[in-house]
Design a binder for this molecule. Structure first.
Ligand SMILES: C[S@@+](CC[C@H](N)C(=O)[O-])C[C@H]1O[C@@H](n2cnc3c(N)ncnc32)[C@H](O)[C@@H]1O
Length: 285
């Protein structure tokens, strides 16, 4: 298969990194599963707006476990889809899925830190960047590099979340969830200063012409079966990150995460997944 790794610029991963990548990888897989309709709608839209040339080159920036990569490979027949990520573990998962789905000859993985040099020679027809630009130290530089690599008329789509996902319904935990999300917001604001940026403005500044920004509302009630696993991982990561919680909130969170305990997420049949994703689509003139 052609899914060889190039440019192994990230040489080491600590044990913690490995653990964090595994838990993030599981979370991303669940995101692709639980929010399947959003992913399908968003990437079908990108497909419709892209040209009809047969053999397109597509880049998935910060591809994670490849939900976008694989949706793109299925929608763009004959395209080469290049998944870029700084995590070898994520890329390994993508190669396994591509093999399973018969796409290994068209899905390539590139192991690269986007904070370093731009890793993909042009021309590129479509770039998809989901929940990844806000992790970068200098996303404007990367957007300029994407612009330089994109052929005239080519597309970039940036997917981000305008609001956090929520799992608990009103009246039975939504207030606790609001308090936890407020704390999470502060935690993220300190670590991810690019989160919540005006990506349309930044795409324009990089030389792209804004095509359209679409918000995909998410409201899944009843929640799909995998939502309890998603919620458990999500709240588990919050418990790991947020210290100094109010003791009552810490106890309520522990109940939600108490395996198969009476108040646990896995015992509840009232989970409701709410949120939104925004996709900003722009074209290189
Ligand atoms: C929140 S995940 C999103 C993954 C995927 N795009 C999705 O939406 O499911 C962010 C991804 O960006 C990758 N990433 C973060 N910083 C990066 C960098 N400097 N260079 C390359 N990849 C990076 C992470 O390894 C992770 O896989």
């Amino acid at each position: 298969m052609r899914s060889a790794q190039r440019s192994p610029t990230v040489a080491h991963m600590s044990h913690d990194h490995h653990h964090d990548d595994t838990s993030l990888g599981d979370l991303l897989d669940l995101d692709g599963d639980v929010l399947h309709d959003y992913w399908a709608d968003a990437l079908s839209w990108v497909r419709r707006e892209a040209g009809s040339e047969r053999r397109q080159r597509i880049v998935d920036l910060g591809a994670g476990t490849g939900t976008g990569t694989l949706h793109l490979a299925h929608r763009f027949a004959d395209a080469e889809v290049i998944a870029v990520d700084a995590s070898a573990e994520m890329l390994h998962r993508i190669r396994e899925k591509a093999l399973d789905q018969g796409l290994a000859d068209r899905v390539t993985t590139v192991h690269a830190d986007l904070d370093e040099a731009w890793p993909i020679p042009g021309p590129v027809d479509v770039t998809w960047a989901s929940l990844s630009l806000h992790h970068l130290t200098d996303p404007d530089r990367v957007l300029r590099d994407v612009h330089a690599a994109t052929r005239a008329g080519g597309l970039i789509a940036v997917a981000e979340f305008p609001i956090q996902l929520r799992f608990l319904p009103d009246g039975t935990g939504a207030e606790l969830e609001s308090r936890l999300l407020e704390r999470l917001g502060k935690y993220q604001a300190e670590r991810l200063p690019e989160l919540g940026s005006d990506w349309a403005a930044r795409l324009t500044a990089a030389g792209f012409a804004l095509f359209e920004e679409r918000t995909f509302d998410i409201d899944l009630a009843p929640a799909p079966p995998a939502a309890a696993d998603y919620a458990a991982l999500w709240f588990g990561r919050m418990r790991h990150r947020l210290d100094d919680l109010d003791p009552a909130d810490a106890a309520a969170l522990a109940d939600l995460l108490d395996g198969d305990g009476p108040g646990s997420l896995h015992r509840r049949d009232d989970l409701r997944v709410r949120g939104a994703r925004t996709v900003t689509l722009a074209r290189r003139p």
